[in-house]
Structures are given as structure tokens and as C-alpha cells.
Design a protein around this ligand. Sequence first.
Ligand SMILES: *Cc1c(COP(=O)(O)O)cnc(C)c1O
Length: 432
Amino acid sequence: MKLAINGGEPVRTKKFPAYRVMGNEEKEAVCRVIDSGILSRFLGTWHDDFFGGPEVQAAEREWGEFLGVKHVVAVNSCTSALYCAVGATGVEPGEEMIVSPYTMSASATAPLIYNAIPVFADIEAEHYCLDPCSVEARITPRTRAIIVVDLFGQPYDREEINAIAKKHGLFVIEDCAQAPGATWKGKCAGTLAHMGCFSLNYHKHVHTGEGGFVVTDDDDLAMKLRLIRNHAEAVVEKAGVTDLVNMIGFNYRMTEIEAALARCQLRRLPELLKERQTSCDYLNTALAEIPPIMTTVVRPETTHAYYVHPLKFDEAVAGVGRDRFVEAVKAELPLTELREGEGVKIGTGYCKPLYLQPLFQKRIAYGSKGAPFTSPWYDGNVSYEKGICPVTERMFEKELITHELMRPPMTHEDLDDVVAAFWKVWENRHEL
Ligand SMILES: *Cc1c(COP(=O)(O)O)cnc(C)c1O
């Protein structure tokens, strides 16, 4: 059978269905807020309204009940959530935070906002989260925190990393933007560390257009997070806050409309999550029989939220490079509705290791003179050289495949087309 990449008939031409999570409940919620006349009710002063309006507070309460966490702080993105969390650790300029090179860039650049230095540790070859051994090897007297990422929906190695953090007196910040509703021993992702950061941007499992949460069980941290969210500097005096460290605030406030949407979206999350897990289980079984493909290895005692479906590719077994193979699979498959501009939703390598970005290679962050890397506050010698995280580089260059052709409402028939495309390319690999 001639491959589509060589001009043959593709496996499928009818577009895959769009991922849509907004319905009547959301429409009614938005109208309810507009009719109320209160689109935000935050005041950046010490007042009842410092904590936000009725929808914001209800969303925080409901998500807190769902997650099993004491404090939920609604913000306008996960990026803001990470910035709040970094500030709340009390980090000093020139201290270090251990971060992942294989994630959305904000979870690695967040320390820089406070003039702290990101130090990259390598990832696990099986699960793509931070590797505890690599983390421990990167700890110095300057380390303040570890920012872990539940990448692709897989909770990080909670046992090992939290033990390392405890031993060295470090904070752990969990970026669970890709893992809402995933669990470790029944406990929700986002609540596995000192603070957890959620995203509600429109790429995520559930969304409010833009939005996020930062959660914690710690009363002190929660207050700091709320202050940083909402003009701390203007509030501390009347609020009686005496610890002024990192108490320059921002406006990271969530609107009432977003909060109303976040309440509706929470009710959809369990069902949407189950559908993804069922689809990925189905694909894991079907694709495992293709020799060069290694399907997802889920960490024991965790559930995987499958933000995307990660696969690994063995070029030696395939006799053809990953990128060429995936290009051929993509040629067999159609675009996804509403995401036509993004091509067939299969990717190779995920993201370039973040330390290879110009920001780190040139060490230009604040101003033109290398601050904070060259500031008198920093006396370490962090490296951003190619080669510092070999597993990450291998995943990026050769092994990792991620795809989104498993999101609801993909049916078994839709999934079978995805499997058929992989099989067709495997069986006709001599054409490549
Ligand atoms: C999406 C994402 C973010 C950022 O989320 P925003 O809400 O867009 O700021 C951070 N970390 C990870 C791992 C993400 O996937």
C-alpha cells in the first residue's frame, strides 16, 4: 500500500472532532454574572473585597473541596500562579531553584522574576518528570526550592523528591497545569507539594479562556499568595503584615466571569478525564504491538491525566528516523476541527531543552548586563551548556512523540484510524 507521503490514499481525510468543553451551563453562568453587574469585586486594599467577589470565592471553595486542599487562590494564569508561589517561598536574589528543562517555559523562568537563578536538572526517561538523582546532584547551599512538573499529566516522583526536599530544607512547588485530577495514592496532583499551580488556559483539560489557581495547605503561604496576587505593597500596613519579603504585589486577579466558568468546568472535569484515560488505555494496548513504539509507562500508585499521550520511538528498531516516521503518519491523518492552523496534532520532541533558549545561552534577562546571573548577589556558577541534561536532549532529538488525537469526543472508530496510520507506516517503512 503506497504511503500518503508518497502520493498514496491517506487512511482518513474527514477531520477529527474539535475538543469543546463549553455548554449551556457555562452560557448561563456568564449571563448570571453579567446580569449581576459585578464583573470583578477585588479591592487592592485591606477590606473584605481584598479576597475577591462571590464567584471567585465560590470557585476557590469548590475547587478546594474537589482537590482536598485548604487554600485555593484564583489567579489569571498558571504563569501568575508560579510567580506567586516563587515569591511566597521568601526567595532571595541570587538563590537557586531547581527546575525542569522539559516543560512550558514559565515553570523554569519563574525564579528569574525574583532575581533567583534557575538550575536545570534532568528528567526521567520513563515518565519525563524531574529525576530525583539529578535533582539531588544539583543542590547547593544556595538552593531555595524545587519546581517539579507533572509533565503530560503524570504526577512527579512525590516520595523521592519530597524526601530530598525535606532533608535539605527546601520548598517544593508543583506545576500541575497538565495534570488536573491526576492522583498519587489517591491524593490529587497539585496537593503533593508545598504549593501547586493550575492552569485554566484554553489548551488545558478544562478552561476559562485564561485563568489559574495556586493551592496550599499552609496558612502563611496562602496569605502571601493572596498578597502577591493583589497589590501586597498597598495592603501590608493595614493588614498588619510585618514580613515584607517579596511583598511587591501584582494584579493577578481572576474575574467573576472566569470564576463562574471555573465552577462549571470543575463539574465536567471527572468525566472528561475518564474519557481521556479510557482512550489512552485503548491506544496504549493497540500501539504497543508496533515494534519501535513504546507506550506510556504510568508511575506505580498514580493515575495519569493525559494532557497529551506520550510515546517513545526506537530508531534502531524502526530502521528509520523518528521525524521521518512521524511525518509519514501525519500524512495519513486529517486536521482537527477548530485547530486547522496547527497541522495534524502529532508532535516530535515536545520542546527544545529550555536552557538552550537564547535567554539562558546569552544570559540576558533584566537589562543588557547579564542580571541576575552576573549580579553581586549571585556567587554560584550555574551551567546552561548543551549536554547538561542528556536524557532531555535525547527525548527532544530522537525519542519522544506526543499527540492529542485522544481528546474527547474521539470515538473508538476515530482512535482506530490513528492506530491504522501508525501500522500502515510501520508496515510500509521500506518506502521511507
Ligand atoms: C500551560 C502550562 C503552563 C502555563 O499556563 P498559563 O495558564 O498559560 O500561564 C505552565 N506550566 C505547564 C506545564 C503548562 O502546561
